[in-house]
Every structure is written in structure tokens, then in C-alpha cells.
Design a protein around this ligand. Sequence first.
Ligand code: NDP
Length: 452
Amino acid sequence: MSLTKDLVEKVREKNPAEPEFHQAVEEVMESLEPTVERHPEFVKANIYERIVEPDRAILFRVPWVDDRGSVRVQKGFRVQFNNAIGPYKGGLRFHPSVNLGIIKFLGFEQVFKNSLTTLPMGAGKGGSDFDPKGKSDAEVMRFCQAFMRELFRHVGPDTDVPAGDIGVGGREIGYLFGYYKKLMNEHTGVLTGKGLDYGGSLIRPEATGYGAVYFAAEMLNVNGESLEGKTALVSGSGNVAQFTCEKLLDLGAKPVSLSDSSGYIYDEAGIDREKLAFVMDLKNIRRGRIKEYAEKYTSAVYTPVDPGLDYNPLWNHKADAAFPCATQNEINEKDARNLVSNGVRVISEGANMPTTAEGINVFMDNNVLYGLGKAANAGGVAVSGLEMSQNSLRLSWSREEVDQKLHGIMKAIHKAAYETSEAYGDPGNYPLGANIAGFLKVAKAMVACGVV
Ligand code: NDP
């Protein structure tokens, strides 16, 4: 067996009951196989086995009091995966599905993603099985304070800088930051995604979605095409989905779908700026369900989730492009086949690992331009990196400046992924190119730093 296949088996044995982590490791290791022969120094330093083991995983109890006065207990996690090229950096996810395996898969992906951004950021990820849905603002605040009551001792602007992810947006970052500030008596850049009034960066909320669209535009550009006039399927309706729609509109494309965990809307007429403003208010202020979109706009059809189906009907509409922006494994093999047979030729992943391994194979076999998450959605963490720079400089850059830098970074990520895929003999194989390009920088830094 090859070194990388052998390692995948070992990871399965040593980390039972963590299927998402196994999936993420397998996908990366498959791409890294050709580096084994070209880099004997990595084998000698046992980099492959070291890179799949997090530096540390912190598990903690988060007790908090709900509005009725009952004491509740949640699980808290922070996995500090790798700090070879910079402080640990990666979001916090609050969702009932969160467990150690999910956080490890996200932290592992972050190693390669952060390296691709060209910025000096290591990798971490964290979160809790707390569900902010249906909780009052006061409950969310008390939970965030309880979470930070333990997390504060493990993070810091030069140690580990968390940000948002599913269930952690501007409101949660504000409460987390406020409590860190209180405990430490320090106003530092310990979190990113902060509000503009207290150290946040312009374009940070937009960055992941904008970046995923810039990445799709770059992939199309290789073939002399653009997004103008193209129809796009988008899933999710949170931060990443909203700003994916906004940038698609900026570039002349037509987004036609959005979803949440209850169902999806398909609006053949297109989600224009007015409808998008309705979604932003619905999701960010009123915290309602996407179903209400179809109640307001008669051009849209709402389809509730049918757990009996072995595919997601959202991916079964005619379109040119698809932007999965909800969660992991939301496109399976059948969905991938449906996308291909409906004419979709470009996929740019706003979400982390939204496509199963079988789904990815369908895209590769059908020459779909496939922008994997760790390249396509790196814009979010890239602008988090820019927020850290602005905090250190005690300056804030204009909207145009940050957007220009984000655009430049997305082009650089695309170039690195494309050129590396060429150098490894399979031009346009973005998973191969992005995984290898991200890996090389981290592996070289690990070799240089010795066995630590
Ligand atoms: P939000 O919490 O803002 O939105 C998540 C959206 O996805 C909601 O519409 C939610 O619906 C839906 N969703 C979540 N879980 C499920 C599920 N199990 N099944 C169906 N729908 C689901 O999160 P973000 O937009 O920030 O994150 C979306 C994706 O993008 C995640 O994969 C995240 O890791 C990734 N990402 C985010 C970055 C960021 O900067 N925020 C950076 C890079 C990647 P509901 O409200 O019903 O739960």
C-alpha cells in the first residue's frame, strides 16, 4: 500500500466514529500522493503523519442559564490544528450537529485553506452543540459568555484567533469579544468578524460569498468565459449564501435558489436585489424561515425537505453554475449527476466539504470546473487575516481597498491551484492543485522548524 493510503487507514483506526474527519483526510491524501516521490525530505520528517494529528484538542463543559432559570450544559471544543505558518486561525460553529469529528474535519481543511491565502495563518476550529435557533438574545449572550469563560485561556491575538461559522455571526462575535475584553482587560484582535465600531474590517461579512464568486469567475476565465448572463443555483441562506447572491448580481448572473434546513425556494425569475434585501432582513434580523420568501414572492416555489428522498431537489434545476453554501455533504453522487445533466458546468463551494467523494468523482469525470471549498471559500479567512493586520496596525482600510485585496487573493489562489495542477500533470484539476499548493508551504515550514 502507498504511504498516503496507509495513512488514511491509520487515521480511520486511530480516530473511530469521526467519518467527516476521515473523509477530509482521504480527499487531501489522495491529492498528496505525487508529492511523496518528489519530496523525500517530507517523508524523512514524517510530515504526512504529523499533519493529520492536531497540535491539541480542547474539550470543555459550557454551563449556562436559560430564560426560565434552568441550568443547561453544552459541549465546547477548540481544536488547534497546526501553527507552522502563523497563529491558529479558524471559525467557531454553533450547531446541534457539532462534535469532535466535525471540528477536526474543519480544522484539517483550514490548514490547507489558510496556507493558500498567502497570509501567515495557522489553522484551528471550534464550536459547540449549542443551537442559537429559537433562543432569545439574552440566552445567546449568556451562552457566549459561558463559552468564552473557558476559551479565553487558550486564545489570543498571537496564539489563536477564532471567527464565525455556522450559527456564529456578528451578534455572537460581539458577545464573545465583549466577554474576552472583560476577562482580560485588553482590547486586542482576538476574534475576527467583529463589528465595524469595535475593530472589524469592511468586507469581512461579504468576503466568503464574494470570494466564492470571484473564484468561479477565475475558473471560467481560463476558457475565455464569464458569469454574465449565467443562471446559478445557490444553497443556504446565511452569511455565505447571501453575499454569494449579491456578487452574482454584481457580475450580471442570475441566482435562482436559496435554502435552509427546512426546505428550499426556487425562483425562476431570479433573486434580484430587492428580494435579496428581503432575505437579509428575514434571516439576519427577524431570524425567520426561507419559506416566507415564497409567501411574499409568487414567482417562487417552496419545497420542504423530504427526508425520504436520496437526493436534494434543489440541485435538479436547469442552471449553468452551482454554489453550495449551506453545509457538509449536501451534494451526493446523485445530486452531482443531476447537476451535470441539468447543464451545470461550474461549481464553486462556499461551504466546507459540501460534496461527497463520489460526487466529486462525477464532477471530475464530466470535466466540470470544480472549485473545492478550501480554495473557493478561502476569501472569508483571507479577509479575517486582513482584519488582523488592520488591528495590529491600528488602522482601517476602505471598502474598496479590502475588496481589491480580496479579489487579488482569490486570483492568487486560483493561479496557485491551476499552476500546481499543471506542474503535477493534470491541468484544471483544482483539488489536486489546491491541496498540493496549500500543503507545500506548511510542510516546508514544519521541516524547517524541526520535530516539535
Ligand atoms: P450561517 O449560519 O450564516 O448559514 C448557514 C445556512 O446553511 C443556513 O441557511 C442554514 O439553515 C443552512 N444549514 C446549516 N446546516 C444545515 C444542514 N445540516 N442542513 C441544511 N441546511 C443547513 O453559516 P455560514 O453562511 O457562515 O456558513 C455556511 C457554510 O460556509 C458552512 O459550511 C461554513 O463552514 C462555510 N464557511 C463559512 C465561512 C464564513 O466566513 N462564515 C468561511 C468559509 C466557509 P438553518 O438556518 O435552517 O440552519
